[in-house]
Unconditional design. Sequence first.
Length: 120
Amino acid sequence: MKIIATFLLLSSLANAADFLSVREERVILRSIDMICGDTWCESDYNFHFNKLSCNTNNKSCILDFDFVLWPDEDLPAPTPNPAKCEIEKVASYSDFVDSREHLNDGVYDQISDCINNLFD
């Protein structure tokens, strides 16, 4: 009985593990950063996209990032503000980016909505 319980526990942990490789996560974060310069990052804030934490069971990922207000030259460096955005309906690398490693429209829209809501 202990063996079965252990197996079930390990199976559930494996299903909740990230479905992206380290390389895939880096590509996606770079793709988010690349589009950022033409969109959200044109504002008074600087963004740093840190990590994607994904869950196969609920087909979603949490994007962890920091943002700071661009500092004036005479002021000390500002403290980063941590933030998170949930990206839904993703269960594989190809749900995030196309063959040219550009963000898919649905992912872009979810991140845009989340970031815009932070500043509303």
